[in-house]
Design a protein around this ligand. Sequence first.
Ligand code: HEC
Ligand code: HEC
Length: 336
Amino acid sequence: MIASALVAWVMILPSCTKEPVNDPYGDLPPYNPTPLSIQLPANMPVMEIPAYNPTTVEGVALGRRLYYEPLLHSSGNKSCSSCHVQSAGFTTQGTNVVPHLNLGYSDKFLWDGAEQGTLEDVMVFEVDDFFHADMNRLQKHNEYPMLYYQAFGSPEITVQKTAYALAQFLRTVISADSKFDRFLRHELSLTMEENQGFNIFNTERGDCFHCHTLSLMTDGDLHNIGLDSVFVGEDAGYYNVSGNPADLGKFKSPSLRNAGIRTSFMHDGRFTTLDEVIEHYNSGVKSAPSLDPIMTKPGKENGLELTPMEKQQLKAFLLTLTDSVYLNNPDYSSPF
Ligand code: HEC
Ligand code: HEC
């Protein structure tokens, strides 16, 4: 379904940009969206952007507005930002709401990987299946038809265009300016303690880097890290999607960016401090056939066996991943 819709879009797009637009609203200015290139610092990987949804100033502005628009939800009073709150790192403190950052790099979404594909695909899911958004309500609005026209060349409001605008906005929501990013760009040094923590993180000592890969601090993939040995309900993770017992307890590796400001960790929020998380990796890993082999590789059968000082160093390193530039970036805040 989604694939065929995309093919149609790809074919229509070039003609939209050239031919006169069917204009039921009277005089429309020429359709002339402004291309926007997403600026990424040197330590960030290249972001692939699907050719069928190029980023434009108008598309991003529309997506940002829709993200904060309570009319988008079928109830008329809930927006994406009701749960994905910028000051909390686009999550809600104390919950398992997945933060929104660097989503343009992901192709697996939700804790259990239930949605996969492009950001456009997952946005169709969010708008249609999760929000049951009422396109008529936006169509009757006195501003949205014009904003859709400016972004996509026609004032007709569809789920697809709504999803595409949100995808464009979320691609621009980037965290790449933490202390650690600046260290990677040789703009500053870490303290001795943070540096020792980085060594633990990024070597076989802690083995964190396999799944929390630099600079995104996630490999975007699904793993069982030994939180449970019996899997009930949501704790079964990707197994609930694939039906394959090898996927029991597998969840998406979260980015560790801004982990330092969070108050709940893991898919079910079972830990409330970074110390508890570190202790899990240190001594709490439970075995199961689907456990990731990294968790019990030779020499680590009894956990990491970190000293209290090493745990402190690891935590100090994790705190360097807080990105206050992203947390306060006015470009991501409510346009209302
Ligand atoms: C009622 C609270 C709530 C609202 C409102 C909400 N979300 Fe979420 N969002 C969540 C929760 C909870 C999760 C994690 C759920 C899970 O993984 O099972 C999540 C996860 C996501 C993810 C997955 C991110 C990743 O890295 O895997 C995306 C994308 C997302 N939401 C987009 C949106 C968009 C777009 C909107 C608005 C259309 C929205 N959300 C509105 C609560 C909410
Ligand atoms: C085999 C892959 C893997 C390795 C190795 C790994 N992690 Fe994780 N990490 C994950 C996954 C997957 C989750 C989410 C698990 C869940 O929710 O059930 C996670 C969750 C976390 C969280 C919680 C983040 C949040 O937002 O909830 C932190 C913090 C964390 N890991 C830090 C570390 C540290 C520190 C190390 C090294 C000691 C490490 N991880 C090693 C895969 C891994």
